[in-house]
Design a protein around this ligand. Structure first.
Ligand code: FPP
Length: 234
């Protein structure tokens, strides 16, 4: 089956359902986030092994600040521990870490750890792992517009030149977006970049999203006829 799969260049993930996964097991929500984080290594390794070049994970949205302080702190600590533990695995996989979003309001310790992991993995070229932190699609677009209007030399933009003002300027648009846990929305994720992306929704909660579930998404993606507004070849 794997040989017949069409392999996307870039897959983006909305890792939803950690809270409900935990609730189902009578565990605190943060245990769901922990379980969801433990999931990442096998997903990244699987992606790398089948030749995907970019994966992007929505880890913290600008709206997530509305959550209880305890949960926000737990998420920050989980991220910190993840970077401390996984940077070695990134090196083993040839994975480069990239962050999209505005980390300036994050704890300094976390910002430093991120900078360290980016520095250590910057030479890797097998796969890029983008993590969206304090990210939202609308704020990314507004940030771009503000940069343009503060630059007196720019009189007009094209779609191509506007791309350069986005966090994703060095990354191709996602071919496939996967959202877990049965929610059917984009939640302010990569609004500009998802224009022609294939969308895949599954009821599986993120901590249960494994290689088998990933392959199901790729089987579905393989069946899609991507026309980009044009007509099919056949
Ligand atoms: C959505 O589940 C998940 C999040 C808001 C956070 C995702 C974060 C992680 C998996 C951990 C950190 C990430 C990295 C990259 C180390 P939810 O809490 O909205 O679940 P619910 O909808 O069931 O309540």
């Amino acid at each position: 089956m794997k040989n017949q799969l069409k392999i996307p260049v870039h897959v983006a993930f909305i890792m939803d359902g950690n809270g409900r996964w935990a609730k189902k097991r009578f565990l605190p929500r943060t245990m769901g986030h922990k379980a969801g984080t433990e999931n990442l290594r096998s997903i990244i390794t699987y992606a790398k092994n089948i030749g995907i070049k970019h994966v992007t994970f929505y880890a913290f949205s600008t709206e997530n600040w509305k959550r209880p302080k305890d949960e926000i702190n737990a998420l920050m600590n989980i991220l910190l521990a993840y970077l401390r533990k996984e940077t070695k695995a990134f090196l083993k996989e040839g994975a480069k870490l990239n962050i999209i979003g505005d980390m300036s309001s994050f704890p300094e310790e976390l910002q430093n750890e991120v900078a360290n992991s980016i520095e250590i993995t910057k030479g890797n070229t097998t796969i890029t792992v983008n993590i969206a932190l304090n990210y939202s699609g609308r704020s990314e677009i507004v940030k771009g517009i503000n940069e343009i209007i503060s630059n007196d030399n720019v009189k007009a933009v094209t779609e191509e030149s506007f791309n350069k003002y986005l966090y994703t300027k060095d990354i191709p648009d996602p071919d496939l977006l996967i959202r877990t846990s049965g929610e059917l929305r984009l939640s302010n994720f990569l609004l500009w970049q998802l224009a022609y992306t294939e969308l895949y929704f599954t009821d599986v909660f993120w901590p249960d999203f494994n290689e088998v579930e990933f392959e199901k998404a790729l089987v579905e993606y393989t069946k899609r006829d991507r026309r980009f507004g044009g007509l099919s070849d056949d």
